[in-house]
Ligand binder design. Structure first.
Ligand code: CTP
Ligand code: MG
Length: 228
């Protein structure tokens, strides 16, 4: 089975000039989190979709999911204080529900609404081949280091910007999270980092520029320019 986990349990602290957490922000009357949920739901290769959210958004997310009645959306999980905790909570719930260790889980930020089906298909194909993949794009701009003043140029050769989905065989991501907790690595922002730290190679699947993360008001304006 191929299972998508859409993370929408954040607090939107860097995007607080709107009156709701960004996952609930409406674009064309559709809440932001629903964009990637719909992309997953509409793909034959995806079997189940779960949404992770916080107490503040739970009721609204539940109402929207009721309204859309998507056949593959199987439930809502409560997240945690950090992104890592949110993912871990979802993994524990899936384990309790009897998920198979070989099942593929795709972990995606709801804050990346323009993720497309080709990224999903490449993630699934990548896991079938390598067990663990992250989506990423090559850095295109010149990169500099500095603090107000230019200090030095960074060689961009071999540099990537990480995106989601990040996708794994269930047993690999669960084991990485279990071990991270044991070692006290409690607030890593990225699942591929946990898997790598657990000794498992992570392959790179090509993302797109459109799959950017809505983090600040600038990003939201860009998104509105693209889709409104
Ligand atoms: N996320 C989550 N649980 C958390 C923190 C984040 O599920 N405790 C999710 C967010 O909802 C988002 C994704 O992880 O879809 C990427 O996080 P980010 O862009 O940082 O969102 P927020 O944490 O909400 O924003 P901020 O860091 O500005 O507060
Ligand atoms: Mg955050």
């Amino acid at each position: 089975m191929n299972i998508a986990i859409v993370l929408a349990a954040g607090k939107s602290e860097r995007l607080n000039d709107i009156n709701v957490p960004k996952q609930l922000y409406l674009l064309n009357n559709v809440p932001l989190f629903m964009y990637s949920v719909l992309t997953f739901n509409n793909l034959e290769d995806i079997d189940q979709v779960y949404v992770v959210t916080n107490e503040e958004c739970y009721e609204k997310i539940n109402q929207y999911l009721d309204l859309y009645r998507l056949e593959k959306v199987k439930g809502i999980f409560l997240g945690g204080k950090t992104r890592q905790e949110s993912v871990y909570n979802a993994l524990k719930k899936l384990e309790a529900a009897g998920i198979n260790g070989d099942d593929i889980v795709l972990i995606h930020d709801a804050a990346r609404p323009l993720m497309d089906k080709f990224i999903v298909l490449d993630n699934i194909a990548g896991v079938k081949m390598y067990d663990a993949v992250t989506t990423a794009i090559k850095v295109k701009d010149t990169v500099i280091k500095g603090d107000e003043v230019l200090d030095d140029f960074v060689d961009r050769e071999g540099l990537y910007q990480v995106q989601t989905p990040q996708s794994f065989r269930f047993r690999i991501i669960k084991d990485a999270h279990d071990n991270a907790m044991k070692k006290g690595l409690g607030a890593m922002t990225d699942d591929s980092a946990l898997v790598k730290a657990n000794g498992q190679p992570v392959h790179i699947v090509k993302g797109t520029t459109a799959n950017f993360k809505v983090t600040t008001i600038d990003d939201l304006k860009l998104l509105e320019m693209i889709i409104l």
